[in-house]
Design a protein around this ligand. Structure first.
Ligand code: LLP
Length: 410
């Protein structure tokens, strides 16, 4: 998004014109930003056989998936429905890694039928798989390397007390199960957290995985998961992707020499690819002074962007209707009947009722974590691609709220 002649534009498209056309609130995504992020990542890892598996949980709109496929990525899916959406978007099942966490074994079996790369996260599931399929299907394993990483305890998932993966403390047991059922273990995986800043967490985890891989001869890929930190405000620290690329490439290639067989390096970025590409455009319903602050109440809330309330996440907010007015301090809140503060004590160009505000970093975990809470509709999604504005999801209507409900006679 850039400011041109006191207007905010994406690829030359005035954002207010998007609101005029599709109404508000609306999510707007910039395809060129997704591409830029994708290319910066692949550019940082030129020295290895890199495979990107986009973490589709961050934004699973079919058109976004198709766009990311066109860039050359595969997918990281965490439910059978994500797998099916990925297939619908045209991904080759072999390019989808399915990492279920603690799902029913029937879901695991269904995914095998669909031909995806299965990534197992418990010894119990590994045994069941061995019993039923022996060495007929290659599988990978999610290891919990006991590392504290990530920007918030709720999104730190690679430490000893996290439910995810098989604890590295049980490596010997895993190896025994693999041996006794002759399982074809073709990969190892970790995902330690989200909003990770530096290479250290990845390198520490890599050492743990390398130690494990040394004991298995069939490994083809090592998957370091996602979690690269993106900036949420001006001047915010973000991951130095080139530095990270350099450090991980060095460690990886060193290990590959030791392993004496070619290895692929996989990553599963979600936020890094799509977070900054998205904006949630909302309208100011009410400007409401109170003794200690002035509230700006917008026609959205935690039903459309739950991250501020769920993780205390900071999302930058700008008034795109009035870029020249003087700065004033506001607390921007939603219209949900529950506390749903988007931003406290923010400096915004003076806000009038009716002004459109842009909430940044709404490309990842915004729509995908949205709900119909308070019986509100989800906004439409718009993708700006090659300078064209494309509607990629309609605004919900009242029927959506009735969908599936059964009215009984009372
Ligand atoms: N791989 C696995 C197995 C994951 O569980 C996740 C995210 C990712 C990759 C992608 O992580 P990313 O690159 O997007 O950080 N809703 C939270 C983030 C939760 C992430 C859950 N797993 C948020 O909005 O901050």
């Amino acid at each position: 998004m850039e400011q041109v002649n006191n207007k905010y534009q994406v690829q030359g498209v005035d954002l207010l014109s998007v609101v005029e056309k599709f109404g508000d609130p609306v999510y707007v995504y910039d395809a060129s930003k997704i591409k830029k992020q994708y290319e910066s990542l692949t550019g940082a890892f030129k020295g290895v056989d890199l495979h990107i598996k986009y973490a589709m949980k961050s934004n699973s709109n079919l058109s976004i998936l198709k766009y990311i496929r066109s860039l050359g990525a595969g997918l990281d899916a965490v439910s059978i429905n994500e797998v099916k959406l990925g297939l619908k978007a045209g991904f080759d099942p072999k390019n989808i890694i399915f990492t279920p966490s603690g799902v029913e074994f029937a879901e695991v079996e269904e995914s095998i039928g669909l031909g995806v790369q299965l990534n197992i996260d418990s010894i119990s599931a590994l045994k069941k798989l061995g019993e039923k399929y022996g060495n007929k299907i290659p599988v990978s394993i999610r290891i919990n390397p006991h590392i504290m990483a990530g920007g918030n305890h709720k999104i730190s998932v690679g430490h000893i007390d996290s439910k995810f993966g098989v604890s590295i403390a049980y490596a010997e047991q895993v190896l025994e199960v693999i041996k006794s059922y002759d399982i074809d273990l073709n990969g190892v995986h970790m995902h330690t957290g989200s909003d990770i800043l530096d290479a250290d967490a990845f390198l520490k985890g890599a050492e743990v995985l390398f130690d494990f891989v040394k004991k298995v001869e069939t490994i083809k890929f090592i998957d370091f998961g996602g979690g690269f930190k993106v900036p949420y405000k001006e001047g915010d620290i973000k991951v130095d992707i080139d530095d990270l690329g350099e450090n991980i490439t060095r460690a990886f290639n060193q290990f590959q020499d030791e392993y004496k067989k070619p290895l692929q390096l996989w990553f599963e970025p979600g936020k890094y690819l799509v977070s900054e590409a998205g904006l949630l455009l909302v309208k100011t319903n009410v400007v409401k002074p109170s003794p200690n602050r002035t509230f700006v109440v917008v026609n959205s809330g935690l039903n459309h962007l739950i991250r501020p309330m769920m993780y205390d996440a900071y999302h930058d907010i700008i008034n795109i209707s009035n870029l020249t007015a003087s700065l004033q301090k506001y607390t921007v809140v939603g219209y949900i009947c529950e506390t749903d503060t988007f931003g406290e004590d923010r400096q915004l160009n003076e806000v009038q009722e009716g002004d459109i505000l842009a909430i940044k970093n709404a490309g990842a975990y915004a729509f995908s974590m949205s709900s119909n809470y308070n019986s509100r509709f989800r906004p439409p999604e718009v993708l700006i691609v090659n300078g064209e504005v494309k509607l990629i999801r309609e605004r919900e209507t009242f029927d959506k709220l009735l969908d599936g409900q059964i009215e009984i006679d009372i």
